[in-house]
Write a protein that binds this ligand. Structure first.
Ligand SMILES: NC(=O)c1ccc[n+]([C@@H]2O[C@H](COP(=O)([O-])OP(=O)(O)OC[C@H]3O[C@@H](n4cnc5c(N)ncnc54)[C@H](OP(=O)(O)O)[C@@H]3O)[C@@H](O)[C@H]2O)c1
Length: 323
């Protein structure tokens, strides 16, 4: 699948034929099993974000597959490796919505044998974001963490990583089905962020929150302020809502650290740290496969539309049956 200009999915996404690419120095070629649709892919394709696209651009940052060729400087022993792919369309034409792609060797990470290629495609953007947001301020052992949107891709991964890190995890989600996803992921208590009693329920159960992972600061700031402990932090990773009015005095009195992040702009060392956290969690079977819905490669437009509608599951394109 490719697009050469940004716009509505049905108008710009096209099935395209390419020559099989040869990996250059430092690159590998990957036969793609699954290509994941993340909100960032849909935002880039629609033109909502200012990312520069290739001419043409193959969409999708994340995916999974098997290395079948290596370029100069990459060990031939990598051929045959099962990999999860990370941020591959960032600065490259070669997103994962293709039968085979070339990618920097470092963005193709070897999978533990027990992780399926389907699971592998759901890992990168959500889990790396969660890992960065959770652990940039240090250890979570015996800390109370609130994950806003605990049934989302990032939120669910954040619950699992925080629990693995020794935190007591609280989460929010709107519907009973989404609350169940967050509970099953390991949240101690899940409340509806729209419930007027939400803050009280969290305070009664937790006594106060040490770190909040936030995706809608404009909607949730009052709830966050009602449950946060003095000297705590709120880390925000999404900007879909109306910007919040900052209650500076209350934030100041609570000594709250309000921070923001985007995966594309964290440092290489921070990204490496997040990869290490995620890899270790995969080895320890602590990051499990989320609910998924699978489309064919040719149904890429439908998958983008489904993502725009706010799905209950991670959306994947099945590209090659590799396992
Ligand atoms: N900064 C970064 O690097 C980065 C990385 C990954 C993702 N993102 C962004 O983060 C957002 C979420 O990504 P995702 O992949 O996790 O999406 P997702 O799987 O679609 O999940 C989004 C979740 O947000 C919940 N939600 C919406 N409004 C909420 C609110 N006010 N309070 C609590 N939960 C709320 C939704 O559940 P309900 O139905 O319960 O509301 C849904 O479960 C997207 O905007 C994405 O672009 C940013």
């Amino acid at each position: 699948m490719t697009y050469s200009q940004q716009g509505p999915a049905a108008e710009v996404l096209r099935l395209t034929e390419f020559e099989l690419p040869e990996p250059g120095p430092g690159q590998v070629r990957v036969q793609i099993a699954y290509s994941a649709v993340n909100p960032t892919d849909v935002k880039t394709r629609s033109g909502m974000t200012a990312q520069v696209i290739g001419q043409p651009q193959i969409p999708h940052m994340d995916g999974s597959g098997i290395i079948d060729a290596v370029g100069e400087g990459v060990a031939a022993s990598r051929i045959g490796e099962r990999v999860w792919l990370m941020l591959v369309a960032f600065g490259s034409t070669w997103g994962t919505a293709a039968e085979a792609i070339i990618v920097d060797s470092a963005r193709a990470i070897e999978l533990p044998a027990h992780i399926t290629l389907k699971h592998a495609a759901t890992i990168a953007v959500p889990s790396l974001t969660a890992a960065y947001c959770l652990f940039q301020d240090g250890s979570l052992t015996d800390r109370n963490v609130l994950i806003q949107g605990g049934a989302g891709g990032v939120g669910r991964a954040a619950i699992q990583l925080a629990a693995l890190g020794g935190a007591r995890v609280y989460a929010t989600a709107s519907t009973p089905a989404k609350q169940e996803i967050a509970r099953t992921a390991g949240a101690h208590l899940v409340v509806d962020y729209r419930d007027p009693q939400a803050a009280e329920q969290i305070m009664v159960a937790s006594g106060g929150i040490d770190r909040i992972i936030e995706l809608n600061l404009g909607v949730n700031l009052e709830l966050d302020l009602a449950v946060i402990r003095t000297g705590s932090s709120i880390v925000t990773y999404a900007a879909d809502a109306t910007d919040p009015q900052m209650p500076v005095r209350r934030l100041m009195m609570a000594c709250v650290d309000v921070r923001f992040m985007i995966l594309y702009n964290i440092t290489p060392a921070e990204l490496a740290n997040a990869i290490e956290i995620v890899s270790s969690a995969l080895e320890r079977r602590a990051l499990t496969i989320p609910p998924t819905r699978v489309f064919a490669l040719e149904e890429c437009v439908d998958a983008h539309v489904a993502q725009e509608e706010g799905p209950d599951s991670r959306l994947l394109l099945l590209v090659n049956e590799l396992e």
